[in-house]
Ligand binder design. Structure first.
Ligand code: EPU
Length: 437
């Protein structure tokens, strides 16, 4: 298994281009199966999760080709196996978003029920309730969700709110299904995330009739059929936010190209209150810090609130603030696997329920740490850039799911991150540990 060996502290300086959004690309790829023919998705990142999605769609019958220029060509002329296999779904929960489009196109689908993961229980009850309200018959058999609508789906009014607010992939699933339903569907309490809007814009290019895009009330006039379309995915606001925290924690300056600040108001507002400069530039922004890091209170919320996918990276940043900060996680209350790992790097974090109390430390120190999920591992990398000494991040396959060649891109702006195989590293760490003793 690969590990990262990270030497710190460093000061980042230079320019990074932000890639296309993973969380927009995945449902857009699923949407391509709604129409027979060839759709092309460009600005798609080259990530482990995208490869899993390619495999998932190929198993359904699609012919998929990745072209050199970050585009994915999906030929969905034939869908002859509307099944999301356990072996694929267990690798990537987002696989659930084939359920809605399969049901709409094939009128039946069997998709393995996703399990929980290290960020929490992650049920799909709201997805299923929404699809049932569109007329699907749904049962659970041998761990698979079996959904059928032999007469087709029928538009209706659907409330999609849940105990933690709206659901991103739940909205995507029901929205995709409703495009081909008979009559009008209103989705109330729809997720407003930019990734959902990007999906809705793609669906409209395919001939869907969706209005209210970007608002919590989506209105969909069902159409008889959709046609293939081409689409360029929006920049990844979470990747951009991660690089912003990297610039901030190292007191560096990063020019982020291909970054949409308008999707990141809550994040930019928080960075500025922490003492970080964020200035709009022609094709993105410039993020820099010269003064001390100030403490902050952060509560994660559905968009346009502060994103849960940046909670861990901001925790790393606030670990070095001059004073006490509070983070409250309202989207995934158990998403705190990084807390103990950051404490191993000499952060001073205390968990009280779904709240983390952060007492700013003077410095972080390198340590061997374990990545537990995608964003937690990003936080460990961010912390390691500012930490004194050597940090070894184990299980970096988590980070490869959502950040394309992160070590190369950060190294080009001054980081010292080396990818190695952990068998080599355990050997080379021994003398270092002995010396520390
Ligand atoms: N929820 C339910 N029932 C449901 C669906 C969701 O109770 O049927 C709850 C969840 O357990 C959670 C909350 O609602 O407490 C919000 O979950 P949501 O459904 O919005 O999450 P998701 O759609 O499964 C996407 C992203 C996540 C991101 C969340 C929240 C993708 C592929 N995943 O997940 O991204 O954290 O929205 O913004 O789009 C990541 O990229 O690292 C990641 C985890």
């Amino acid at each position: 298994m690969d590990i990262f060996r990270i030497e710190g502290p460093v000061k980042l300086n230079g320019s990074i281009s932000v890639n296309g959004s993973k969380n927009a690309t995945l449902p857009i790829m699923a949407a391509a199966i709604l129409a027979p023919g060839v759709s092309t998705i460009s600005n798609a990142p080259d990530l482990a999760d995208i490869s899993v999605c390619i495999k998932l769609l190929s198993e359904l019958g699609c012919k998929i080709e990745r072209t050199d220029n970050n585009a994915i060509r999906i030929d969905a002329s034939v869908i002859d196996n509307p099944v999301g296999d356990y072996e694929i779904v267990r690798k990537m929960r987002a696989s659930i978003c084939i359920l809605g489009p399969l049901l709409a196109r094939c009128r039946k689908a069997a998709v393995s029920m996703p399990g929980g993961c290290s960020i929490g229980l992650r049920p799909v009850d709201i997805h299923l309730r929404g699809l049932q309200q569109l007329g699907a018959k749904i049962k659970l058999e041998n761990g698979y969700i079996i959904a059928e609508a032999p007469q087709g789906l029928i538009g209706t009014e659907i409330f999609l709110g849940g105990p933690f607010g709206s659901t991103v992939l739940g909205t995507a699933n029901v929205l995709m299904a409703a495009t081909l339903a008979k009559g009008k569907t209103v989705i109330e309490s729809a997720a407003c995330e930019p990734e959902v809007s990007d999906l809705a814009n793609f669906l409209n290019k395919m001939g869907a009739k969706i209005s209210g895009i970007g608002s919590p009330r989506l209105v969909i006039e069902g159409v008889k059929q959709l046609h293939p379309a081409n689409h360029s995915v929006i920049p990844d606001r979470i990747e951009a936010g991660t690089f912003m925290t990297a610039a901030a924690i190292t007191a560096g300056t990063l020019h982020l190209c291909n970054c949409r600040l308008e999707d990141m108001m809550a994040v930019v507002d928080k960075l500025r209150s922490i003492g970080v400069d964020v200035a709009a530039a022609d094709d993105g922004c410039v993020v820099s810090r010269t003064g001390p890091l100030k403490p902050a209170d952060i509560t994660t919320q559905p968009y346009p609130g502060f994103p849960t996918d940046l909670q861990a990276q901001f925790m790393a940043l606030l670990a070095l603030a001059e004073g006490n900060s509070i983070i409250v996680e309202k989207v995934f209350p158990d998403r705190y696997m990084h807390v103990a790992e950051l404490n191993r790097m000499a952060a001073n974090l205390r968990k009280e329920g779904s709240t983390i109390l952060i007492c700013g430390a003077e410095k972080l120190m390198g340590a061997p740490v374990m990545a537990s999920d995608l964003r937690a591992s990003a936080a460990l990398v961010v912390a390691a850039l500012a930490a004194e000494g050597l940090t070894i991040v184990h299980r970096v396959y988590h980070i490869d799911r959502g950040y394309e060649k992160i070590e190369h891109r950060l190294n080009q702006v001054g980081a010292k991150i080396y990818r190695e195989n952990d068998s080599e590293t355990s050997k080379s760490l021994l003398p270092a540990l002995a010396a520390n003793d």
